[in-house]
Design a binder for this molecule. Structure first.
Ligand code: ZN
Length: 464
């Protein structure tokens, strides 16, 4: 068997791994590389294999760094099935259609910077390619073994990372032997709001594991709910606005769910809450459709509250004019809007109108990458550039952690322990991590494996 790491090797975006076993060619994920537009453009438009020769694709979950380059795969001739869970199919459909606009925007940006004599940059893909690949989605149930070819079968188990996210167990027949390969996708955490814990799966010959937070210990998510309650109570007292920049997929629904719980328990006073993001609103509908997949806490809530993502006082805003109207809102209000790192989206307009008033609070949740407005807010830089001009930061900034969707070192140990106690781990490969976290996780993982773990190198083919 040969494995080639075509992305998310030594970095955290562009997840894409090629498995070749006999005549079979299977691709695990096909994500977008993200980062500087010029560089990622080249990486995303070229494949290190012939997409037309792939038998099928396994899609672990619907984050864009795992599914976002599937339309390019279709454009280059792939016509096989894309196996994923039901919610992943629904969410990836929405995310890819949204990505069409982002690709068009990126092409416009690159063309503006180009010499007019140079050839125009076309968007990476458009609606035709998204429509084409979405038709290839073949949703399967968690836990059900699927046999697409006589030499391979696979099944999905709960990864606990976002709704629909899956760990994949694949069993290949090679020279009369069964070879078991487990791919974590993005491995979630225990006790995250909404989601089930990651499933424990038995050992394997080959493990491909993510390593994003292989060197971290996370704060518990329950602390964040209490902090959120305190911030809302204080804002209501001071009459200020609370602005919460949040990613449309996952983070927004977690925050709304916490607020719903706090309202039900009467732990926060009545205050108008707005979710101002058309994408979040479409995604929240998918969450509602798949409510049966959530954890026991959500099921308990649903016994007395039919909508875990709605409460009296909460409004989902879609139109531009309603969104702009929020800027004139007086008195205490909570506004949740994308994007989570304040790089784009409607949250920028709300920040413009909020940062200069000390009565207001900006709530930053989770990791903020370098060079983003989110990072500058967390660092409390006194002056901030937002869209067209500079503003003075006089609002309070609260930074909350505890909602990361990736396993920390304790979660990894718990998960590897089970593998070691069953059939053990043969050869492990570490992907989806910056070099320092991959190295830290490798040092831990080696005690569980027969062979020293390998930190995957980009585009290198390994014979196993
Ligand atoms: Zn993910």
């Amino acid at each position: 068997m040969k494995i080639t790491f075509c992305g998310a090797a030594g970095e955290v975006t562009g997840s894409q791994h090629l498995i070749e076993c006999g005549s079979l060619r299977v691709l695990l994920d096909c994500g977008l590389f993200q980062g500087r537009r010029g560089e990622t453009r080249a990486k995303n438009s070229h494949f290190h294999h012939n997409p037309a020769e792939l038998d099928f694709v396994i899609l672990s979950h619907a984050h864009i760094d795992h599914c976002g380059n599937l339309p390019s795969l279709y454009a280059k001739g792939f016509r096989g099935p894309v196996y994923c869970t039901d919610p992943t199919a629904d969410i990836a459909d929405i995310m890819l259609r949204d990505s069409v606009n982002i690709q068009a925007e990126d092409a416009r940006y690159l063309n503006k910077k180009r010499d007019p004599n140079e050839p125009r940059v076309e968007p990476l893909y458009g609606e035709r390619e998204v429509h084409g690949i979405v038709k290839q989605f073949d949703p399967v149930h968690m836990g059900e073994w699927i046999q697409p070819h006589k030499e391979v079968r696979f099944r999905f188990s709960e990864a606990g990372h976002i709704i629909g996210s899956a760990i994949t167990e694949l069993e290949f027949q090679e020279a009369g032997e069964t070879r078991r390969l487990v791919f974590t996708g993005d491995l979630g955490r225990r006790d995250l709001p909404l989601l089930h814990d990651p499933a424990l799966v038995n050992g394997c010959d080959i493990l491909i594991t993510e390593s994003t937070y292989g060197n971290r210990v996370h704060a518990p998510a329950s602390d964040l709910k209490a902090e959120l309650a305190r911030i809302v109570r204080e804002a209501v007292k001071s009459g200020g606005k609370v602005i919460i920049p949040a990613f449309s997929l996952g983070r927004t629904q977690q925050v709304v769910y916490f607020l719903n719980e706090l309202v039900n328990a009467k732990e926060i006073p009545r205050v108008p809450v707005f979710v101002d993001s058309p994408l979040s609103n479409r995604l929240t509908d998918v969450f509602r459709r798949h409510a049966d997949l959530f954890d026991a806490d959500v099921q308990a809530t649903l016994l007395t509250d039919a909508d875990a993502f709605g409460f009296h006082g909460l409004t989902y805003v879609t139109s531009q004019s309603e969104s702009m109207g929020l800027n004139r809102h007086r008195g205490p209000v909570v506004i949740i809007a994308a994007s989570g790192m304040c790089e784009s989206g409607r949250v920028l307009h709300h920040l413009k109108h909020a940062v200069e008033d000390p009565a207001n609070t900006i709530v930053m949740i989770g990791f903020q990458a370098e060079h983003t407005l989110g990072r500058r807010l967390v660092e409390r830089l006194p002056r901030l550039r937002i869209l067209d001009r500079e503003y003075e930061l006089r609002a309070k900034v609260e930074t909350l952690n505890g909602l990361s969707g990736h396993a920390d070192i304790h979660d990894f140990k718990w998960w590897f322990d089970h593998m070691a106690q069953t059939t053990g781990i043969g050869q492990a490969f570490l992907v989806h991590g910056e070099p320092t976290s991959a190295a830290a996780l490798s040092a831990v993982l080696k005690d569980y494996c027969d062979e020293p773990p390998i930190i995957a190198e980009p585009f290198k083919t390994y014979e196993v």
